[in-house]
Design a protein around this ligand. Structure first.
Ligand code: IPE
Ligand code: IPE
Ligand code: MG
Length: 261
């Protein structure tokens, strides 16, 4: 079925993963997948390595997961790379992560662009180092007209912080008469979030066994399905991702209504 869908221009990974992809019903794929890439530190500890080795290994898992999203033409993929709370970690780890993000961008941007990926950053990007912020904005600009997967990286992101920033900008519009207070509704709030223009999250995946949101996409996950695995992020393979998508396809989403399966 997938071979037929890809026609003559099959991405290389699609052939490799074809047996995996055959397990999925393309009509029951989520439009927007959000991933909490957790457990890098535990993965490293389990191998007797320093925590940062886990972050390096995690980048490889991310690369593979993005390829699957590209192959399956998932509309939007949002990954949690660094939270507003992660600044509490030791300086050396934070520094390492920032360097890793910068190297990742530098190394992957050409391929992402070739893959027609539209890259966007959500969170307080302006508070990152001048160089990383410049790099992120230029990658965003370079891919802004791409029409494939919308790949969003949450960096210095917190769901509560995002809602407060949205409220500030709405309040400013009300204060200077551009917006009537009683016209504020769900759509207006959504249009002021970092994720404006993206579909709501259908599926949240969290690796490494913890069962929480950790301040990720609080508004956008209102009706999301959740999928948890004990696998640590660096061990999360295309097969794990496909398993999550397959399970999602079997969920009965009622949105407050009655059974529709
Ligand atoms: C997730 O892995 C990556 C980031 C938060 C940047 P962790 O670093 O949280 O790994 P654990 O949870 O300590 O194992
Ligand atoms: C969530 O993981 C943030 C990212 C994956 C970037 P954490 O490891 O920071 O979450 P907590 O602290 O265990 O809730
Ligand atoms: Mg963690």
């Amino acid at each position: 079925m997938w071979k037929k869908m890809f026609g003559g221009s099959v991405p290389q990974t699609a052939w490799v993963q074809a047996p995996l992809y055959d397990r999925i019903d393309p009509g029951r794929l989520p439009g927007h997948v959000a991933i909490i890439m957790d457990g890098n530190g535990r993965w490293a500890k389990g191998k007797g390595l320093i925590r940062t080795a886990g972050h390096t290994a995690g980048v490889n898992a991310l690369k593979q997961v993005l390829k699957v999203a590209i192959d399956l033409r998932i509309q939007a993929l949002t990954v949690y790379a660094f939270s507003t709370e992660n600044w509490k970690r030791p300086h050396a780890e934070v520094d390492f992560l920032m360097k890793l993000f910068s190297e990742y961008l530098e190394r992957e941007i050409n391929e992402m662009d070739e893959d027609n990926v539209r890259l966007q950053f959500i969170g307080r990007i302006d508070e990152l180092s001048t160089e990383l912020c410049r790099q992120a904005k230029s990658a965003q600009k370079r891919t802004e007209h791409n029409t494939g997967v919308r790949f969003n990286v949450a960096m210095n992101y917190g769901g509560q912080d995002e809602l407060i920033r949205a409220m500030h900008s709405i309040a400013a519009e009300v204060a200077d008469g551009r917006l009537a207070a009683d016209s504020i509704d769900e759509t207006i709030l959504e249009n002021h979030l970092d994720t404006a223009g993206l579909p709501p999250v259908d599926l949240v995946i969290r690796t490494s066994g913890d069962l929480r949101l950790s301040n990720f996409l609080l508004w956008q996950t209102a009706y999301a399905e959740f999928w948890f695995t004990k696998t640590n992020w660096p061990d999360f393979t295309p097969a794990c991702f496909v398993q999550a998508l397959e399970d999602f396809g079997r969920r009965d989403r009622r949105f407050g209504g009655l059974k529709n399966k």
